[in-house]
Design a protein around this ligand. Structure first.
Ligand code: NAP
Length: 249
């Protein structure tokens, strides 16, 4: 069964790794090409946009794709919507693999907000030294905050306008709680801003913030398309693929 995995996450790489080793599966993974030096999944990989939902639909047909797994990041809402539209129009089964979000535990002080702009509005109440860990996209929403100082962590340098007082730290997780605690202390951070990305690669910052009694502004996920079929684990996505493959053969 020829399957397109829309990737850019650890889960997408794990699924490609499992399926590539199995007879009867022909996997192609797709990356957007955002990161300069991406972690590549096993097997065939294509890089770059498809040209919207219509481009993706054409690509599915031209490449004989029989199933699609959207294993993109929970905040990659445009490609997720495009995948839903393209798969529906092409009559190809689609599954969204979406890891669970994080949840607040004892000792946490979280402020949930709907988007980056709301996170920026919440900050003046919360502190002056901000650790911004939302990747490089969305950082522009904080550009107008002149009173705060920002530690901006991203894999590649942000290309949008940045707040006037900042330090950019280029790093790719996973990070340990000890490393995150050291960072919070060395930069005298008052407040952390994160997306509700979920997963264990970048969750150490939440434990470090809890230990330091710091407030955390958590940006909520965009919703999945209406009626979308989704699972939360790689194992469940693999089960789905196997079931589709036995139907296809
Ligand atoms: P997005 O806003 O949902 O998508 C914007 C456009 O980028 C899409 O319309 C599509 O272009 C292209 N695109 C996105 N993902 C693609 C993929 N896997 N393969 C081919 N084209 C893709 O996406 P994003 O938030 O910029 O994320 C881009 C990539 O980074 C995704 O693969 C995602 O899994 C990964 N990522 C995102 C985040 C995040 O916080 N957003 C974090 C970690 C990793 P066309 O319309 O031309 O097809």
């Amino acid at each position: 069964m020829r399957t397109l995995i829309l990737g850019g996450t650890g889960e997408a790489r794990q699924l490609a790794h499992i399926a590539s080793g199995e007879r009867g599966f022909d996997i192609v993974s797709s990356l957007a090409g955002r990161v300069r030096d991406p972690l590549l999944p096993e097997g065939e990989v294509r890089i770059g946009g498809f040209g919207g939902a219509a481009g993706l639909r054409e690509w599915l047909a031209a490449n004989g794709i029989e199933s699609v797994v959207d294993a993109t990041h929970p905040f990659a809402a445009t490609i997720t919507a495009n995948a839903a539209a393209a798969a529906r129009d092409a009559g190809v089964p689609l599954l969204h693999l979406r890891r669970p979000g994080w949840s607040e535990g004892p000792g946490d002080r979280w402020i949930r907000v709907p988007d980056s702009a709301a996170a920026a509005r919440a900050l003046p109440e919360l502190g002056e030294r901000v650790f911004l860990t939302i990747g490089r996209q969305g950082v522009g929403a904080f550009a107008g905050l002149a009173r705060q100082w920002f530690l901006i962590r991203a894999i590649d340098p942000p290309e949008t306008e940045l707040p006037p007082r900042h330090e950019v730290l280029l790093a790719r997780g996973p990070f340990t709680v000890e490393e995150e605690s050291r960072l919070l202390a060395s930069r005298r951070i008052d407040v952390l801003v994160t997306k509700d990305s979920g997963g264990d690669r970048t969750e150490a910052k939440l434990a470090a913030a809890r230990a330091a009694h710091l407030p955390v502004v958590v940006i909520d996920r965009p919703p999945l398309p209406l009626g979308a079929e989704f699972v939360e684990t790689v194992a469940d996505a693999w089960e789905w693929l196997r079931a589709r493959a036995s139907g296809v053969r």
